[in-house]
Design a protein around this ligand. Structure first.
Ligand SMILES: C=C1C[C@]23C[C@@]1(O)CC[C@H]2[C@@]12CCC[C@@](C)(C(=O)O1)[C@H]2[C@@H]3C(=O)O
Ligand SMILES: O=C(O)CCC(=O)C(=O)O
Ligand SMILES: [Fe+2]
Length: 382
């Protein structure tokens, strides 16, 4: 086992084999994990039942609007991605994460690279280490990236690339449909949606990242954390989780602040709204604060497919949503938002419950009493 000091300084966790650990070292023991109760979000959980949207339902847009306003997340069914493909994707990811660490480390993220193998970006902001390994990939550059792990480009490589490409094609088509459904859910008319698309090319220019998560079994799951609580920064994420629950969504009281455990529903995907979508929709659709916990007996895998604006597009509240009102946020690019979030994290803004310096969204919001940002128009803004 490495010395704790070395582990803490190593954002990519080179030295600690989570899968073989017999105890949770101090470096991986998080405080405050049990401040809020965890409640079941399954069917029959009353108002804590995670909303379900069936894309085939003629009233899907209304269900999306309700879920996006009240939860910032929902389970998506009727999406058309074959269940058997999801099973092959999951098996492929499990096989990749089961490779020796030395193979995976060949793809380790270097410095500020957005892509690569290792702990997620937010790991850099915390002194404790998460009980997980991650791998961020650009779907348009899969083969060269995965050659780092499988330099011989043999059978496993071809199979994994093949299944991920098939999956990506399906997911991209789904993301485009979902973006349209969100715009309908916002109450935009057909001509308004066409206008938004013509003006901002939202769907056409959306950028995509696939992030794979592996949460090995943990000998003491009450002390460890798979993924530190956060909001995703982009527009929205489509999450595929294995049949082991572990995703928690935060809900404010009354009756009490709590974590709602998302049930593992075979074939369903989870949709999480991100911060830039909250900005785009002028705060109508809320980003969801969420975390992933770990399990003593079963490892867990998830795949998050992130959609966001093009890196150089300024995102501000859509004028079609703002209407005669005022924009609640100033316009900024995704990279600019990441810088704001870094500052917010440094000030304790990572924890909704204990925010000292304000969350990143608060830092980019426009105070209704001043005129700041009123003329801060962007590519995607009012
Ligand atoms: C597109 C992206 C969203 C993400 C940062 C990234 O460039 C690639 C990884 C993503 C991820 C996954 C785990 C949680 C998260 C907060 C993180 O640290 O890395 C998200 C990022 C995000 O939503 O900001
Ligand atoms: O593993 C999960 O369920 C959550 C993962 C997540 O939040 C992320 O990758 O951004
Ligand atoms: Fe997330």
């Amino acid at each position: 086992m490495p010395t704790p000091s070395k582990l803490n300084k190593d954002p990519h966790n080179h030295y600690f084999d989570l899968g073989a650990a017999r105890q949770v070292p101090e470096t991986h023991a998080w405080e405050g994990l049990h401040e809020h109760p965890v409640v079941d979000g399954g069917v029959g959980a009353g108002e804590d039942a995670v909303p379900v949207v069936d894309m085939q339902d003629p009233h899907a847009a209304e269900a999306v609007a309700r879920a996006s306003e009240q939860w910032g997340a929902f389970l998506l069914q009727g999406h058309g991605v074959p269940r058997e493909l999801l099973a092959r994707v999951e098996a492929g990811i499990a096989g990749m994460f089961a490779l020796p660490k030395t193979d995976k480390m060949r793809a380790a993220r270097q410095g500020g690279d957005p892509y690569g193998y290792g702990l997620p970006h937010i790991a850099l902001y915390f002194s404790k280490t998460m009980w997980s390994e991650g791998y961020s990939l650009s779907p348009t550059n899969l083969r060269p990236e995965l050659r780092k792990i499988w330099p011989d480009a043999g059978h496993d490589y071809s199979q994994f690339c093949g299944v991920m490409e098939e999956f990506h094609k399906e997911m991209r088509a789904l993301a485009d449909k979902l973006m349209e459904l969100f715009l309908v859910a916002l109450g935009l008319t057909g001509p308004q949606i066409a206008g938004v698309e013509a003006e901002h090319k939202l769907t056409e220019t959306m950028s995509e990242t696939i992030h794979l998560n592996w949460y090995p079994k943990c000998p003491d799951p009450k002390r460890a954390l798979g993924m530190k609580a956060h909001t995703d920064s982009g527009f929205f994420a489509l999450l595929m989780q294995s049949q082991v629950p572990g995703l928690h969504l935060f809900r404010h009281g009354p009756p009490a602040d709590r974590w709602v455990e998302v049930p593992a529903v075979p074939g369903a995907l989870v949709v999480n709204i991100g911060d830039l979508f909250q900005i785009l929709t002028n705060g109508r659709f809320r980003s969801v604060y969420h975390r992933a916990v770990v399990n003593r007996d079963r490892e867990r895998i998830s795949l998050a497919y992130f959609l966001g604006p093009a890196a150089n597009a300024k995102v501000g509240p859509l004028k079609e949503v703002v209407g005669g009102g005022r924009p609640a946020y100033r316009a900024l690019t995704w990279p600019e938002y990441i810088i704001v979030r870094k500052e917010a994290f440094a000030n304790g803004g990572a924890d909704l419950e204990f925010t000292k310096g304000g969350t990143a969204l608060e830092m980019v919001s426009i105070n209704p009493d001043d005129d700041d940002g009123m003329d801060d128009q962007g590519d995607i803004s009012s």
